[in-house]
Design a protein around this ligand. Sequence first.
Ligand code: NIG
Ligand code: FE
Length: 393
Amino acid sequence: MTANLVTGIAELVTNDETLHGADHADGLGLLRNCAIAVEDGKVVWLGAAAKAPQADNRIDLDGCAVIPGFVDSHSHLVFAGDRSAEFAARMTGIPYDGGGIAVSVNATRAASDDELRILVARRVAEMRAQGTTTVEIKSGYGLSVEDEVRALRIAGEFTDETTFLGAHVVPTEYADHRDDYVDLVTGPMLQACAPYARWIDVFCEPHSRHAFTEDEARAVLAAGRDVGLGLRVHGNQLGHGPGVRLAVELGAASVDHCTFLSQADVDALVDAADTTTATLLPGVEFSTRSPYPDARTLIDAGVSVALASDCNPGTCYSSSMPLAIALAVREMHLTPAEALRAATAGSAKALRRDDIGRIRVGGRSDLTVLDAPSYLHLSYRPGVPIAHALNLN
Ligand code: NIG
Ligand code: FE
């Protein structure tokens, strides 16, 4: 007997290129009228509904589509405070420069552990309710040894994909001696945070005086690599710059934003496609009224592309992967299939995971159900809450 059998699936997106009998026309490995058997958090069988095995428990989805749970490979969920006034000011034309991060740092430092934990729990639940089953969570609103460790400990209560972002901005108390802050991040802060982190990230952005230069970012990433952390980079968000080049040079798993790219950046990402994913965050362009990345050029050139939310209090306070998909289709000219793949298998690759982002026998049973007959509805019905993660006992 199998523990759970999910039936009544009108359309199943597997993202499994090797699946026999699937429709591979759009690269999604589609099956129709099928069922999935699940045991102990893993897929143990999938195929035509008529051939499904017996099960202790049957869940009939009555004609819904099922997709791999969204993998949100970029978020900043550990923060307190409110920056809605900054957003309102931006809508009147005040540009984003990273200066508002200090507001979140002050509020986050002032919050108790339990207050922060509750805020993160609510945001993770909000994501799950919209179909996200894996989330990466960064620190970066503590910016002291104690507050960064605390952010990572709390993040680790919700995910294994924790990222040390002590190099988010130079905190105001170090503004006049930023070298000392880089020494802190690459020394004692890294030593204290590394046990709680899988990744290290840096906001490499010459267009913001709050963020880090190429040399500073290189020092931060090299120190993280030396203690065994995987590398991620915030790069090329506010203007052309060294972020993509640096990420590729150091073999980072992902370089995120990629809003302003030169031809040399695109070429470097093509060459590094097995190693470094370009993670696009269109909710940021939407919420900061910036130009969208040239995703069409990236995909057509053969770059490995992911989509994530970047849920954070400054540039995009949206936890919605369906919004990212709808924007990718409407504003960045991805096909609905390309956008869905980028938000699942693409973002799994950005986290160097092969147990998520696909639905296949032996992989995790992270299933997202759509109240719709086809994945096309993700971008066809923007703003309508049709996606939710399936809870299986
Ligand atoms: O990914 N660019 C740096 N970090 C965030 C924004 C953080 C904030 O403004 O609070 C981002 O856009
Ligand atoms: Fe970010």
